[in-house]
Design a protein around this ligand. Structure first.
Ligand code: ATP
Length: 383
């Protein structure tokens, strides 16, 4: 699950669990989870009347189902718990694995459903398509059972892998902040109670409880980037780049990212004026902002005016450079389009408005001799 513009609401402020709390309670990296740890681990569950647990049948989510049921049994009166398994139908073993989850759920007194993925299965981007379909099926099931939250079993090792993966793809700070322990997507709260726990502790818990789990061979398939990164993990850890450090980095970046977002909120409230043709900011006030805040503010305006979603960071950085150069150096008017938004610098103002549809824009460009503004970029490609 990527940033995910959806991952913006981190939900850490006023939360019952300080970030990193589970890490600090871990007695030993390889020990089973004790009953005394459950209240802290599942503290975020308490505010919900019903929660759907997403269980693939792999070790982490099998441990999640087992521990959540143990927590519920110790403290009756908490949320109602449900479980669901998506059968992607991509491996011969998947139906049997879902049946095994259903059997264990029954033993734990958790209502369970298997959700088959019946849509088209693309040749390219299969993992991404499966993830999207899985989320859609689980969100629909959560609605069906009246759950306000979906619990996922991502661990600290998954967090570390996500940070590495995003680093390799050139993510900005928002991406390097990794996944959050609590976030909202499409009205559904996503909870990740194990985000600070090493996977080794879950394996020890399963072992102690005598629970079996499935092993998905695609987790080792070197055609996919994540398994390749996973294979590098031991060598990276020997150099100090282990899961604990990477997830700590993610927490620190998340904290800085939240502060920068708050500063951008303030700049937006103070500087942006609503005009008939779009949103405007005084050029001198815009140029005086710290670059990172100016970048985020420009990104927000382009995203809302362009209506094509979040803009790719590298393109936004180029646009900011050009706008600042136009404000500092170029006396002539300036206009560029990116992701469906048009950015103009004129009369000491930066104006961001919705760009005309591309065909119309081309006609205006060829027919109009009045529009002399140098168009430094072409219509913004989708990001
Ligand atoms: N097929 C599935 N059905 C239901 N939930 C799933 C499924 N696949 C993944 N999830 C949920 O998403 C989380 C992250 O998925 P990921 O693919 O990283 O885990 P996994 O390899 O399936 O194994 P594990 O169960 O050990 O987490 C899982 O922990 C689980 O909560």
């Amino acid at each position: 699950m990527a940033r995910d513009p959806a991952d913006r609401s981190r939900g850490t402020s006023g939360s019952p669990v300080p970030p990193g709390a589970a890490e600090s309670i871990a007695p030993e990296p390889g020990s089973a989870i004790a009953d005394s740890e459950l209240d802290l681990l599942f503290a975020r569950f308490s505010g919900h009347a019903a929660i759907l647990i997403a269980v693939s049948g792999g070790p982490d989510s099998t441990a999640l189902m087992h521990l959540a049921a143990r927590w519920r049994d110790r403290a009756p009166g908490g949320p109602r718990l449900f479980a669901a398994t998506v059968d992607h139908g991509l491996r011969a073993a998947s139906a049997g694995e879902a049946e095994e989850v259903a059997r264990l759920a029954g033993a734990l007194k958790l209502p369970h459903r298997t959700l088959p993925w019946q849509g088209d299965k693309p040749d390219h981007g299969l993992q991404e398509a499966a993830r999207e379909a899985r989320y859609g099926l689980l969100a629909a099931e959560a609605r069906r059972v009246g759950a306000s939250a979906l619990a996922l079993a991502h661990t600290r090792d998954d967090q570390a892998e996500t940070v590495l993966f995003r680093m390799a793809r050139g993510s900005g700070l928002a991406g390097l902040a990794g996944m959050s322990a609590e976030t909202t997507r499409g009205g559904l709260v996503l909870l990740r109670p194990f985000l600070d726990l090493p996977k080794a502790r879950l394996l020890a818990t399963l072992d102690t409880a005598g629970l079996v789990y499935a092993s998905d061979p695609s987790n080792l398939d070197a055609r996919f980037a994540r398994p390749r990164l996973r294979a590098l993990a031991p060598a990276l850890a020997r150099e100090g780049l282990d899961a604990r450090r990477l997830s700590r980095l993610a927490r620190r970046v998340a904290r800085a990212d939240a502060a920068l977002e708050a500063a951008t909120d303030r700049a937006e409230a103070e500087l942006v004026t609503v005009q008939k043709s779009g949103r405007a900011i005084s050029g001198s006030a815009f140029a005086a902002l710290p670059d990172e805040i100016a970048l985020r503010l420009l990104g927000r305006l382009v995203a809302t005016q362009g209506r094509e979603g979040p803009v790719e960071l590298a393109k936004l950085e180029l646009l900011l450079e050009a706008v600042l150069a136009a404000l500092a150096l170029v006396p002539a008017p300036f206009r560029r389009t990116l992701a469906g938004a048009s950015v103009t610098v004129r009369k000491g103002q930066v104006l961001v408005s919705t760009a005309p549809p591309r065909r119309l824009a081309a006609r205006i460009a060829t027919n109009s001799s009045a529009e002399k503004a140098p168009v430094l970029g072409k219509s913004g490609p989708r990001t």
